[in-house]
Design a protein around this ligand. Sequence first.
Ligand code: BGC
Length: 413
Amino acid sequence: MKRLALSVSAAALVVANAAYAEPKAEVLHWWTSGGEAKSVAVLQKEFADNGGTWTDMPVAGGGGDAAMTALRARVLSGNAPTAVQLKGPAIQEWYEEGVLADISSVAEAEGWAGVLPASIAAHMKCEGSWCAAPVNVHRVDWIWANADVLEANGIEMPTTWEDFNAAADKLQAAGIIPLAHGGQAWQDATVFEAVALGILGPDGFRKAFVDLDEATLTSPEMVAVFDQMRKMRGYVDPNFPGRDWNLATAMVMNGEAAFQIMGDWAKGEFLAAGKAPGEDFLCASVPGEGFLYNVDSFAMFDVDGDDNKAGQELLAKLIVGPSFQKVFNLNKGSIPARTDVALDEFDSCAELSAADMQASSDGGSLLPSYAHGMALRGAQSGAITDVVTQHFNSDMSSEEAVKQLAAAVANSL
Ligand code: BGC
């Protein structure tokens, strides 16, 4: 009898420990620029305010390439971080390796299915269960500009690629760098996909970078995309190799350069530096139709310990919570993933993003970004980016580039 009483109370203690464990999380992310650091601080604060202990694992390097290498090393050594910034099909790839935790209980308790657009929710599911939590919707196909530089040179935001080239030629003649760019593979890919959306149109983009259709990859329109990339190469300054994206944004801020083609994390950078949209800097979607989305999200890795599990549950809950979705995205430059967060405190670029996203969703031109890992698995997107970068950094002809593109994609399948 005595023995039984003892074991019952021991069991009760274990249950109590699980329920009251102090939430802990080691969080791997690549948010290290000024605007990004301000944004992730919002999550760190909410986590701490709710009793959580956060161990930061930032891995510098825009676009997340270095972060993904660091993640692989940690998982291989049997020491995965608790929560990881992960997105697109990489979520399902990690799930297939059997290392992700199921966060369906949080998703169901918090009613995620009712507040997230179906297209975003689909990225967060692994065989029907929830395996990631979305923080935002970034738009990739933006052009940013220095308002004073454009005004002083009598230039309007371009609405066609011909306009863009004419503006760039004029700026170059006036001694201004037309395009602020950092020569890193993911930045080359970002410019390339924005140009491709404009020239191929939404259907052509989908055929090329979602369906990997060979005829589209080798079409005359794709040759024209590489022709425009060759023009772009002529509009960057000689110091572009290796430059970080936020340093390129700074060149637009200080008037050294006129334009940058970059996702709206660049807006987070302008805002963190105290710049105002419409006054100091301008935003416009790149010439053409459509909307390239890039949804940041966090996946939880299977780790032991009630404190870690409590940390994962708390993080997932906070990330999709309405207060975090508002404050984080005000800083990050993106818009909330939740559809029920009022946008009245957001600026005109965010309003344009939300309106265009809705219109593109209704019109069938809402498309996943290939350059930011939303459209394809790593092997395929990597194969495309290799060709884009090789073309940008050599004198390869556009005809040769499309041949190599089709061959690289075929080899990666
Ligand atoms: C991420 C953004 C990040 C940007 C630059 C993108 O892939 O989605 O959150 O700010 O890379 O690092």
